[in-house]
Design a protein around this ligand. Structure first.
Ligand code: FES
Length: 860
């Protein structure tokens, strides 16, 4: 007789015969979807539950070990507790992508039960095992503190806040998705369950470079419950790729792998247990080959070719004026070489997709940054008309650029078409780490010159990117690294050469900052050295050169009326100058919108249905909060209360293409399309005397497009992007060399939602601190040596005081109420500001990241 295991879950006695991780039992058997699977290895905290009063990670507890215990999940909290957490997290802005949030709630619940009035330090300690990649923790700590106060009776819930009394542009709006994310009722892809759904998973290369000699799936295919094993022979066109289709869906027999994690074949089975066992039965014979490990190896004569066309994937040359002469005539010149690492996005939700046959084609539920891009990649792979493929976003548990390429969506589609059933394909955390595209590793040499007053004269630089096994977004990322290597300053002589090389390392692609984190680190570090030569402060040299409205950027674009870099510098001047011997400062600019002559369009459709205004726009909300922004724009334009407004989510069948969530573009570009479509609705609404019911069934559509000039356009002042955001960060160290405070002043135009923008700044700064100080993506012979728990992600008890400041000018751009993007720029100036702070403290120039010989990374 088999053993049985009994325990209480949310007040109900449960018994099971299966000994398995409690995480799986709670999700699969009890359908408690608040318990999230972020890593299944005890490192992320998304599956935190309360067991006998203590916060515990449910992935490391088993049903057997849980016998006799009392288990609580978010679903089992009392009504008062649930309401307290929903209100507290919503009103302080603690929720972004939401994937970490139920785990944070349970860690908070365990703490509050023991200590109803916890201090900030006690809350930080209680959630130090829970990683949040979006928020920078500050608002989560405030949220737990406020929830405790509500539960003690010291604070009250204001129902009007969530109800939407304050929902105009500029209001501290309560995000539209807070309730479902706090309570775990919102659906992420891994929460999807469908009648007859089966599971697929690829068998992936352990070798970065090896020839596939043979694939023998006969034993796996003979196993009961195995439905199919797909190989390259099952794929109509065996390539995908966001811009360049260079990524093999499966490495065919006889072909050569390009990185660890390359898919060789995929098993489809009735359930995950059979799938796991069947994968072990597939025999693959490899001939391991010497990999291409570095840019230098890739450039070497007779280097093995990672792709048949050669190892140079992309190159750019951005030039204006005469840098050579300008530098030769400069009073001071600094030349320095810099190196920045691969970085892992570490979004909390691993990649997952569910596909199923649909109408005359296929439908796929995804977690990605652009449903139309995913549709395009799948249509190329299948050789189908795109319309036969429908892509719909579920909630997206973070992206930061790492969910622009297809990862699992195309595999789920192939499997669903093969077995004619719904198929879920989900990456393990290690699969995700091993091969989704990273931030590019960079080596670069930067030469910057200035005159005797510190006025910049010219820049010459050469940037080398390791783009790993596949192009992903190498072209545009390299281009942004080049175009932004000049910084937000006013000088005219530049010569910038960029090269992206294939290697057998994991691929690199988009990551918050889009190449600019790398080049701005180098430029801003050089600026400090020039300031020293001139004999002026790092603040002063930046202020003297700062771009301002009407002046010309190094790319030739005339800065628009909204440009407020100088205002951000002034906002941090006092705090910087009061701490100069242990503080660093850095500026940045970042495009908002894709620009460079591309058809970067925002589209929005409205249907008046059941007395409500339904907005359809295929923009992905990956946690940054663009859906809430759109509803605020609707409320502002229409003058209607939030309860009359609905944002319907990204679905390629129902919503018009509004481009990828990339390039800090959604608030501005889609936000303007939303404003435009609502203007049309408003005209009809006014004509109907404000009676929405009279518009029932009507449809409206708007498209926003403000053209830009392509790179190198032969015009005196090319308009590269429709907008730029600007920022200045100041980092202050304490006596031990630990980061004590960060002051982050941002110009993002009109602030649509102050708490959202603060959250973006705080989260971006913490990501920048990790990049500067703690995050490592170690490789050995092209094989990642890291797990989620060893990535060096900053924890709640490591955070400094982050002061988010936004400056708003009177003069704004005429789009989206003057809003500009904030998503990426928040991460860019932090690392060079940290570098400047250490330089001020000990005069050692740290030219590579993560920096060595700091409080976080002491010299051995
Ligand atoms: Fe915490 Fe996204 S909100 S990981």
């Amino acid at each position: 007789m088999s053993e049985s295991y009994s325990f209480t879950v949310n007040g109900v006695l449960r018994t099971t015969q299966e000994d398995k991780p409690l995480l799986r039992y709670l999700r699969e058997d009890l359908h408690l979807t608040s318990v999230k699977d972020g890593c299944s290895e005890g490192a992320c905290g998304t599956c935190t539950i309360v067991v006998d009063g203590k916060a515990v990670r449910s992935c490391i507890l088993t049903t057997k070990k849980a016998v006799g215990k009392t288990i609580l999940t978010v679903e089992g909290l009392s009504y008062d507790e649930q309401e307290a957490f929903v209100y507290a997290f919503g009103s302080v802005g603690a929720v972004q992508c939401g994937f970490c949030i139920p785990g944070m709630v349970m860690a908070g619940k365990a703490l509050i039960d023991l200590n109803p009035n916890p201090s900030e330090g006690e809350i930080k300690k209680a959630i130090r095992g829970n990683v949040c990649r979006c928020t920078g923790y500050k608002k989560i700590i405030e949220g737990i503190s406020l929830a405790a106060a509500i539960l003690r009776g010291d604070e009250k819930i204001d129902p009007a806040l969530e109800g939407g009394d304050r929902y105009q542009v500029g209001d501290r709006a309560f995000r539209t998705d807070v309730r479902e994310k706090v309570l775990g009722t919102g659906e992420y892809c891994d929460d999807v369950e469908m009648e007859g759904m089966v599971h697929g998973s690829a068998i992936r290369s352990q070798y970065p470079r090896a020839r596939i000699l043979n694939i023998d799936a006969s034993e796996a295919l003979a196993m009961p419950g195995v439905l199919a094993v797909l190989t390259a022979d099952d794929v109509p066109h065996n390539k995908v790729g966001h811009l360049q289709q260079d990524w093999d869906v499966f490495i065919a027999k006889g072909a050569i792998t390009r990185c660890v994690g390359d898919a060789i074949c995929m098993v489809v089975a009735e359930n995950e247990d059979i799938l796991r066992d069947a994968k072990k039965l597939v025999k693959i014979d490899y001939e391991p080959l010497e990999p291409v490990r570095t840019i230098q190896e890739a450039m070497a004569e007779n280097a093995p070719l990672v792709h048949s066309k050669g190892n140079l994937c992309q190159q750019r040359h951005v030039t204006r004026g005469d840098a050579k002469t300008a530098l030769a005539n400069s009073k001071y010149v600094v030349t320095q070489r810099y190196q920045t690492p691969f970085t892992e996005h570490a979004f909390l939700e691993p990649e997952c997709a569910v596909a199923f046959p649909y109408k005359d084609g296929v439908k796929v539920y995804t977690s990605d940054q652009g449903v139309y891009d995913t549709r395009k990649e799948i249509s190329i792979m299948l050789g189908w008309e795109p319309e036969r493929i429908v892509v719909e976003n579920k909630l997206v548990g973070g992206g930061f650029g790492g969910k622009e390429d297809v990862s699992v969506q195309h595999l789920a589609v192939l499997a669903a078409l093969k077995v004619n059933r719904p198929v879920k394909v989900k990456l393990t955390r290690q699969e995700s780490i091993n091969f989704h595209p990273k931030r590019h590793y960079m080596e670069g040499t930067f030469t910057l010159g200035c005159d005797e007053n510190g006025i910049f004269t010219g820049l010459d630089c050469e940037i080398y990117f390791d783009t790993g096994a596949y192009a992903s977004l190498c072209g545009p990322v390299l281009e942004r690294a080049c175009t932004h290597s000049v910084g937000p300053y006013c000088y005219q002589n530049t010569d910038i050469r960029g090269f992206g090389y294939y290697t057998n390392n994991p691929p690199a692609g988009a990551f918050r900052g889009f190449g600019v984190c790398q080049s701005e680190f180098a430029l801003e570090s050089n600026i400090n050295l020039l300031a020293e030569k001139v004999g002026i402060s790092p603040w002063e040299i930046r202020y003297r050169n700062a771009i301002e409205p009407g002046k010309v950027l190094p790319n030739g674009q005339i800065a628009d009326c909204s440009t407020a870099l100088k205002e951000t510098l002034l906002a941090v001047k006092d705090v910087y100058e009061a701490n100069m011997d242990h503080a660093g400062i850095a500026c940045a600019m970042k495009n908002s919108g894709v620009g460079v002559g591309l058809p970067d369009k925002g589209r929005a459709k409205v249907i008046i249905r059941d007395g409500k205004v339904e907005l359809y726009s295929a923009a992905s909300d990956i946690g940054q909060g663009c859906f809430t922004v759109f509803v605020q724009v609707m409320a502002q334009t229409l003058g209607l209360p939030k309860e009359k407004l609905k944002c319907m989510g990204a679905n390629s069948e129902l919503a018009p293409d509004s481009g990828t969530t990339s390039g800090s573009r959604q608030t501005l570009i889609t936000g303007e399309a939303v404003r435009m479509v609502c203007e049309d609705v408003k005209k009809d609404l006014d004509a109907a005397g404000g009676d929405l019911t009279q518009l029932e069934g009507k449809e409206y559509f708007a498209e926003f497009f403000d053209p830009t000039d392509k790179l190198g356009a032969d015009v005196p002042n090319p308009k590269s992007h429709i907008a730029y955001g600007f920022a200045t960060h100041v980092v202050i160290l304490d006596d031990e060399g630990k980061v004590k405070e960060v002051w982050a002043a941002h110009d993002s135009g009109k602030v649509v939602n102050p708490i959202s923008i603060q959250g973006q700044i705080e989260g971006g700064v913490l990501m920048g601190l990790g990049y500067a100080l703690t995050e490592k993506f170690t490789l050995k012979d092209c094989v990642p040596q890291v797990k989620f728990g060893t990535l060096g992600l900053m924890r709640a008890d490591q955070i400094p005081d982050i002061h988010a400041i936004y400056v708003e000018k009177e003069e704004l751009l005429p789009f989206a109420y003057g809003a500009k993007g904030i998503g990426e720029i928040a991460t860019i100036p932090t690392a060079p500001a940290v570098q400047g702070a250490y330089y001020a403290r000990d005069h050692i120039l740290r030219t590579s990241l993560p920096m060595e010989d700091t409080f976080y990374n002491k010299k051995k």
